[in-house]
Design a protein around this ligand. Sequence first.
Ligand code: ARG
Length: 703
Amino acid sequence: MIDPIRFLMCPPDHYDVDYVINPWMEGNIHKSSRDRAVEQWEKLHHVLKDHALVDLVNPEKGWPDMVFTANAGLVLGKTVVLSRFYHKERQGEEPYFKKWFEDQGYTVYELPKDLPFEGAGDALLDREGRWLWAGYGFRSELDSHPYLAKWLDIEVLSLRLIDERFYHLDTCFCPLAGGYLLYYPPAFDSYSNRLIEMRVAPEKRIAIAEADAVNFACNAVNVDDVVVMNKTSDSLKQRLKECGFQVIETPLTEFLKAGGAAKCLTLRVTEPVRVEVHSLVSVESRTIRLEGHLLDSGLINQALDLIVENGGSFQVLNFHLGEQRQSTSSAEIKVSAPDREIMEEIMSQLIDLGALPPPQEICDVNTEPVTIPGVAPDDFYVTTIYPTEVRVQCEWVKVQNQRMDGAIAVNFTPDGPIAKCKLLRDLEISDHVIVGVEGIRTIRKTESREQRNTQEFSFMGSGVSSERRVELVVEQIAWELRQIRDQGGKVVVTAGPVVIHTGGAEHLSWLIREGYVQALLGGNAIAVHDIEQAMMGTSLGVDMKRGVAVRGGHRHHLKVINTIRRYGSIAKAVENGVIKNGVMYECVRSNVPFCLAGSIRDDGPLPDTEMDLIKAQEEYARLLQGADMILMLSSMLHSIGVGNMTPAGVKMVCVDINPAVVTKLSDRGSIESVGVVTDVGLFLSLLTKQLDKLTSPYQIAKT
Ligand code: ARG
């Protein structure tokens, strides 16, 4: 004979909405009717008694949510994992439930203090007993899942909840007999949805709509082919019928005000053990170390946030707080993730923040050979702008040609291993590409509070910067430009046509003539409009002296392009006296190299414009080598391209009238970038004026 099915319920004698610990309770404090609650609870009790045995636990005064016995613990066979409530409002229920289980002869397991887990509210057995679905994200901690696997000797599948209305797994997920699953997919992150789809065949998945979900249709009690719930739509009822289930609706509106319904009010205390299933858990943990001005620079928050945002969980194992303003802190953090894939994603982001494994865990990088030229192995490590070191043959090797969005190729030479950043397209068969996250570290300069403050100041995140602020930034930049020039350094300018349209051409020309610019990068347009202005006095047909559109002016730039094409290059046009001033003229005259990178919208193009983008990218990278400062003048596309090629440590000044562009480009998480939200013509005129004021003598560049 098979044992009868039993449920545990708790009469609603002391039930009320007394506090708010989930969104359903908001606005409902003391708004539920005791009489109606009792009546609804009795009805549910009655319905269940037709299909199973129902045990009762004594309600306790002062613990209004004790009616929700699903949260007492998680039962399998004669074993129970007792709940550890997340909110102190419910923690007082724990001893009463514990006593009940012990009195019934269960073996009770208790989780470590401060590791929340809310019982069958967040852990649901597959109805065939093959595995346990366990939720995390709001009430239960991911780190509780390995304990469940161990104590209950069952495979645990972790699902991350992301909609706070569905804060417990049983509010949006209900395994049914026959391998069916009733659930609300948007309550889960995409990784969890993928996991569900891998385990439950499409014809067994009953995905419900939001209207049913908010009526707690997933919060159902299933006994064989009977499904008991608060309320359902006709279409869902029909769907369940087609799958062989009979739906019994019983109103539970008073309990919905506390965020619970049928399933929450019950706990199935007979769950047969399947002898052939055993413990398996894919939750992984690793320990990392962080050092630096962890609090002042906000690094610790960034690290913890990224762990949680990516679906992981953490435990701070220790934290040594630097006490003086200058002293650094260090922390050891245990990171958990539901599986290897998510762990690697989290780890690679932590590495970018400068995280290190504990000394005893440091090992060499993993590499895989390139098998198709220009294609990396799937799991390749994607580089950042930060100086990176990789561990090869037990030694840390500095990565050369650091840039972002590349792969790291390792090659073994007689002098030892060499590691290089390479673009995917440049990978060769002889390269071994670093995969995974082992043996990689990035060096982040420890930023202090002062540095962070100046950075935030210069970001000017809040829209347009005031005039005085622009002047201050300009003074600083002028000073640095002068320094760089006097020391024979290198300044690269990337500029868009707006420089010309806003009257900046004469100032940029002056900078080039005076030796402040060592290379110019841009598109076809800046050269076209610069030459248009030099030859015809207009920029995109607008008279630059009077500021008005010239009749027929829209044709000017095409005439100009045609003229330069006739001469064969900008330099030849200069030589022949066709161009007598302007930015391109000064470049040619002063031997300042330039690269014009083409695009789909280019008119012409000019003979100098490089329409092969791979060649243009290479030329940009070549001209950027060794730059001390990059001035980015109103060109989002070219500036982003340049930013991608540039390692951390190169000062970048980004000027644009659009704050979004400035924020995007300056947000390199370091002090070396400065953003200025202003008109670029105005900026250049202030800059040249300021440079003029600085009187230190001009020395010829050393090299
Ligand atoms: N007010 C209770 C809480 O927020 C409701 C619990 C509902 N129980 C459940 N298994 N979903 O904890």
